[in-house]
Design a protein around this ligand. Structure first.
Ligand code: NAD
Length: 477
């Protein structure tokens, strides 16, 4: 399979292009060759998206945009298994988790289809200002123009749709630059939109590297907004490079989960096994720091190790696999180095800590401190640390002692305490009696501090992908 960029409906995969292979992270088999885009393709893609915005999208009625999104949802449901298998192949995500990603993605399309018809404005009481009598003020939301969507490897379908579907709902055109590690899902998604009736040029695809096409996309004057999901260093670079355009940044975290002594230990452990190890911890809201009240700490840790040891490791294609590979060997080696570094500084490895190629065994660490990378930085691997605490005040300080703030989980039966923590935790979202790793596609989602800027979740993404326009009318007589 050889794939290339799609600009104005035409694929670009000539033989003379620079090529990059995509490999299955589990067995290293080649899945596809990428015919890479360069800066001249970027220029054409942006210009075409800009023209298509003015010639088609700006005047496309809301009911048509809504219909296209609904048809895309129906098609994705029909093609669900093919998309799930593609994610297994290029990302190494276990099949059951890949299927769950498709289900969520269908919902993103359906929410976007519904909300395309509900982009509301308001009427301003102009006579509230002295001298404003006989005037009418209308506020409406308009599309921005060209949205640059840059996405990571870990949810190649769902996170792409969190940008593309609201952008279409709002009436924008899109230049889509997916992760070069997982571009096949993106390529199939663009074909799916064509099948759903999206006119060519509304969604242009650039298959290329961050340096070659991502960076000039961010800097381009005809792009009105960049919606980025990915790592903190790249996010910082984008913020500096974007000039005056709007920017949404969905970045990383080292999510805290807090377990008080009145929580149901068995159930909480079961949730946190998934929360820390789903897709080998390569999830931005993966449970990384688990704080447990001292009097239940030993019971909790024993149960956590027991349930973690029961996970099935192996081929992500198999139905029973819980833990597959990490995205590549460089990443599994990096994660192993972080474990070893922590162990050298005095941390204990309660279970796991071994590596075989791209597979890192699910690892639980204790006796950790904030100077270790596994606590202070985003681990993005199947590594979780369990840390004891005495009281509410202490654990709030522990949890907030981070440059990140994406989502947190709090487990307690005491509703007053839960609500106090929800107020005190410095994160974009707080779950009570649910893991930090849980996300639905209709709630506002996005971090504070260095976890990002702006919110996704379809309604909120649409708000960020539209501009408010004021229209004033003076009545003469
Ligand atoms: P990454 O930052 O390495 O790459 C993300 C995308 O940015 C890719 O498409 C890449 O090609 C592009 N890119 C790289 N350099 C660029 C540049 N200079 N200019 C423009 N684009 C550039 O991230 P990744 O390894 O694919 O994904 C993992 C990261 O994503 C983790 O840090 C994770 O926390 C984060 N993430 C965040 C969320 C969220 O919603 N907050 C969700 C998923 C993943």
């Amino acid at each position: 399979m050889r794939i290339g960029s799609i600009i104005d409906g035409i694929e670009r995969k000539e033989e003379n292009r620079e090529t990059l292979p995509v490999r299955n992270p589990y067995n290293q088999e080649k899945v596809a060759d990428l015919a890479l885009a360069d800066e001249s393709d970027l220029e054409e893609a942006v210009n075409n998206s800009f023209e298509t915005f003015h010639s088609i999208m700006k005047t496309m009625p809301a009911h048509e945009r809504s219909d296209i999104l609904r048809r895309a949802a129906d098609l994705l449901e029909e093609q669900a298994e093919d998309f799930a298998e593609t994610i297994v192949q290029e990302a190494g995500k276990p099949i059951t988790f890949s299927r769950a990603e498709i289900k969520r993605s269908v919902q993103v399309l359906r929410f976007s289809s519904e909300l395309a018809k509900h982009i509301m404005g308001e009427v301003i009481p102009m006579d509230a200002a002295v001298g404003g009598e006989n005037r009418i003020g209308i506020v409406k939301r308009e599309p921005l123009g060209v949205v640059g969507a840059i996405t990571p490897f870990n949810f190649p379908l769902n996170l792409s749709l969190h940008k593309i579907a609201p952008a279409i709902a709002a009436g924008n055109t899109i230049v889509f630059k997916p992760a070069e590690k997982t571009p096949i899902t993106a390529y199939k998604l663009v074909h799916l939109f064509q099948e759903a009736g999206l006119p060519k040029g509304i969604l242009n695809l650039l298959i290329g590297t961050g340096e070659e096409v991502g960076s000039p996309l961010v800097a381009h004057d005809k792009v009105h907004k960049i919606s980025f999901t990915g790592s903190l260093p790249v996010g910082k670079n984008i913020r500096e490079n974007a000039g005056f355009k709007k920017v949404t940044l969905e970045l990383g975290s080292n999510s805290p989960n807090i377990i008080f002594d009145d929580a149901d230990i068995h159930q909480t452990v079961t949730a946190l096994v998934k929360g820390a190890f789903a897709f080998s911890g390569q999830v931005c809201i993966s449970a990384q720091r688990v704080y447990v009240q001292k009097n239940v700490y030993d019971t909790f840790l024993k149960e956590y190790v027991k349930q973690t040891n029961a996970l099935k490791i192996g081929d992500p294609k198999r139905e029973e696999t819980d833990i597959g590979p990490m995205i590549n060997e460089e990443e599994s080696k990096r994660a192993k180095r972080w474990i070893d570094d922590a162990a050298e500084k005095g941390a204990n490895i309660e279970t796991g800590g071994t590596r075989d190629g791209t597979i890192l065994t699910p690892t639980i660490m204790t006796n950790v401190d904030k100077n270790m990378k596994i606590i202070g930085e985003e681990v993005f691997a199947p590594i979780v640390s369990v840390i004891p605490f005495d009281n509410e005040e202490e654990v709030i300080a522990f949890a907030n002692d981070s440059i990140y703030g994406l989502q947190a989980g709090v487990f307690t039966k005491d509703i007053d305490r839960a609500l106090r923590l929800a107020d005190q935790l410095e994160t974009g979202g707080v779950w009570i009696n649910e893991i930090s790793t849980y996300r639905q596609d209709n709630h506002p989602y996005g971090g504070v501090k260095q976890s990002g800027i702006g919110k996704e979740g379809v309604k909120y993404a649409i708000e960020d992908m539209t501009e408010i326009k004021f229209i004033g009318i003076k009545r003469n007589g």
